[in-house]
Design a protein around this ligand. Structure first.
Ligand code: URA
Length: 203
């Protein structure tokens, strides 16, 4: 097992016994997240829904089916990416997470991302986008690459919103098709930064 996988498993064990907020009392189980521990791209949603709560896995209900179809269109599988949420326990009746719940859960995702070190974080929906980029507006900022000091964030509409609204579905599909281009651009930049760093001692 790789060191990254081991580190993620340690965080997962902490999440599974978390009692930092009251959501653990109403949820059936925690949903820590899953996928490649060295993923170049991660997908972050809001919070588990009913199917995720039953299975302990992220995005396995209707929104998850749509996410998988969108991933297939850009030749990515669930195994190649990492999928998680900002909130690890299902809020009752899928209500919006409360600020104190988001705050209590914050450290887990931070630690997971510190292990995975993705090139790109695709945020699914407004909550996930505002977690990284509080001033963002999903209607204006979806499909734009936001370069923050520690992360590259690419906000898109939530698949559940796309299932309810045709124009969100079209925007989501279009933004998804751009993800490979964004990743190529980022890897070019990463390579040129690495070359610059390697060239320095020779100057
Ligand atoms: N919606 C989310 O935001 N996350 C899930 O895991 C499932 C549905």
């Amino acid at each position: 097992m790789s060191q990254n996988t081991e580190k993620l498993q340690i965080i997962e064990r902490e999440i599974r016994k978390c009692e930092k907020c009251s959501l653990c009392k109403t949820a059936l189980q925690a949903v820590p997240g899953e996928g490649s521990s060295t993923a170049k791209v991660v997908f972050i949603g809001e919070a588990p829904g009913a199917t995720e709560d039953k299975t302990g896995r992220p995005f396995v209900g209707r929104a998850g089916n749509l996410l998988e179809k969108l991933l297939e269109k850009i030749n990515l599988s669930r195994e190649e990416v990492w999928i998680g949420n900002i909130i690890k326990h299902r809020p009752p009746k899928n209500r919006d997470p409360l600020p104190e719940e988001i705050k209590a859960c914050r450290g887990y995702l931070e630690n997971q991302l510190a292990v995975i070190k993705p090139s790109l974080i695709v945020t699914l929906g407004r909550f996930a986008m505002n977690h990284f980029y509080p001033e963002g507006k999903i209607t204006k900022d979806h499909g734009k690459l936001i370069k923050l000091h520690n992360f590259n964030v690419f906000p898109v509409y939530h698949p559940a919103a796309a299932l309810r609204n045709r124009s969100f579905a079209e925007a989501l599909a279009k933004d998804f098709l751009n993800i490979p281009n964004v990743l190529t651009e980022l890897s070019k930049n990463e390579k040129s930064t690495n070359n610059t760093m390697m060239a320095k001692p020779l100057l």
